[in-house]
Write a protein that binds this ligand. Structure first.
Ligand SMILES: [Zn+2]
Length: 467
């Protein structure tokens, strides 16, 4: 793929060079046996209305040319290369960036395929994965050998064994784990609530040294303000502000929300340190609805999208611990909506995240669409809501890790795209039923996507019917 990358600079919007480049590429193709994704393949979307998501606008009747895994040209006067696969939008279809779910715990090829069928072309795995996921499934999906979104991963550490994390107690252990996580292919260190301050500071320092940034929760003994000052780049849930910012140290969190006048201080903190915040209002809403309510979990399992939930996750949902808890989260949910809206308006980098599939009601893929609707219901504009799953995750990953550009439709960006029949800036729900999805230059139309998910649905049904 390096050749295509080098060529990018000389394209200058014409396709003549591009055509020449792919001719050359086809000569070199036999050397590139390890590149499974769409190496050397050219696709042209013609007569599509582009929602680039760099800012709020629609570019009517465009041609978008994809070479390998990258968008290489976009305009209204481009000539389509003769050898290109052509996808015609007939001036009525809309092309927008593929979606990102920046907080998942999915780790099976089936889940990855379900994400893709939902237009999700990037996920950030937020910790606790089995080793086989990071060792073999992630590299396979990232080179296009199995269908699914591009996957980034984080390694979860905590100070105790209470929450299924890798435990570190001392600064020496903290430093060692950062190096080990990097060696094992992880992108981030995910910090959890019970870390000791010295261990946290060592993680932050070693993370800076090895370009392994910290993401994750508020740490009780450190608190958000100090964590951000140490360089943590992502707060993994908006509600972390309740636990380690609004609630004073040593005070038990209560069901009563903070005074709304304090929202400005949380927004100012996020702005001061340029931290990204996972806008998981939909997830908090699902938790609020199911607390103490086994019947709500039953209703989640009866939804059509739960047919794509693995038998394991189905069992886990049925045993949801929230059903046995008592708390009245509705007032705090209302506060969280105000907080997230204020952050969106202030330009805080909000990224979408669902926690799928570990929390009941949040199946892979489908729940990202629920999450975007929930942001719209919280008062975000559709552009603000869609930014959390496109532009913002792309800029977050670029800023913190570098690598491929994604999240915007423009030359030089990864070819992760959704074709939809309506303008998503008029109706986000059109993204739930894509006409087709491209991930890293590989195109699948609606029928191919349906084929993927149908096989999964049938295998899960057979598993539950087995004698
Ligand atoms: Zn999580």
């Amino acid at each position: 793929m390096h050749y295509v990358r080098e060529v990018r600079g000389v394209l200058g919007g014409t396709v003549r060079h591009l055509y020449f480049a792919s001719l050359l590429w086809s000569i070199f193709w036999p050397l590139a046996v390890h590149a499974d994704y769409a190496s050397g393949r050219t696709t042209a979307f013609v007569h599509v209305n582009v929602i680039p998501m760099d800012r709020e606008r629609v570019l009517a009747d465009q041609t978008v040319i994809v070479e390998g895994n990258q968008i290489v040209a976009m305009g209204d006067q481009l000539t389509v290369p003769k050898h290109a696969q052509v996808i015609d939008g007939h001036k009525t279809a809309y092309l927008s960036p593929g979606l990102a779910d920046m907080h998942t715990h999915s780790e099976t090829p089936n889940d990855l395929a379900v994400y893709l069928a939902n237009g999700v072309t990037t996920i950030l795995h937020m910790g606790g994965a089995h080793a086989g996921f990071v060792d073999s499934i992630v590299p396979a999906v990232n080179r296009g050998a199995i269908p699914g979104p591009h996957v980034y991963t984080s390694f979860k550490v905590d100070g105790s064994r209470d929450y299924n994390a890798f435990v570190i107690k001392t600064p020496a252990e903290a430093r060692a784990v950062v190096g080990l996580a990097k060696t094992n292919g992880y992108d981030f260190i995910k910090v959890y609530v019970g870390l000791a301050p010295d261990a946290f500071f060592a993680l932050a320092e070693e993370g800076r040294r090895l370009a392994m940034p910290l993401v994750g929760h508020g740490v009780y003994a450190v608190r958000l303000e100090r964590q951000l000052a140490e360089g943590q780049v992502l707060i993994a849930h908006a509600e972390e502000f309740f636990y380690t910012f609004f609630t004073p140290p040593g005070v038990d969190e209560s069901d009563a929300p903070p005074d709304p006048s304090r929202i400005a201080s949380a927004v100012a903190l996020a702005k001061r340190y340029n931290v990204a915040v996972t806008a998981d209002v939909g997830t908090y809403a699902a938790i609020a609805h199911q607390i103490g309510r086994a019947d709500v979990v039953t209703s989640y399992l009866a939804r059509p999208e739960s047919l794509y939930l693995s038998p394991n996750d189905r069992l886990a949902w049925q045993m949801s611990a929230y059903a046995n808890k008592t708390a009245k989260l509705a007032p705090k949910l209302a506060f969280l909506r105000m907080l997230v809206k204020a952050m969106a308006d202030a330009g805080v980098e909000l990224v979408a995240g669902t926690d799928a599939p570990t929390i009941a009601g949040l199946p892979p893929g489908f729940s990202l669409h629920d999450s975007l609707s929930d942001l719209e219901a919280s008062g975000l504009t559709r552009f603000q809501a869609l930014s959390t799953a496109t532009r913002a995750p792309g800029s977050f990953m670029q800023r913190t890790k570098g690598g491929d550009l994604f999240g915007i439709v423009a030359p030089g960006y990864r070819a992760d795209l959704i074709l939809s029949s309506k303008n998503p800036l008029d109706t986000l729900t059109t993204l739930r039923t894509p006409m087709g999805v491209m991930v890293q230059g590989q195109w699948r139309d609606a029928a191919a996507l349906k084929d993927l998910t149908e096989k999964i649905r049938q295998s899960y049904r057979r598993a539950s019917e087995a004698p």
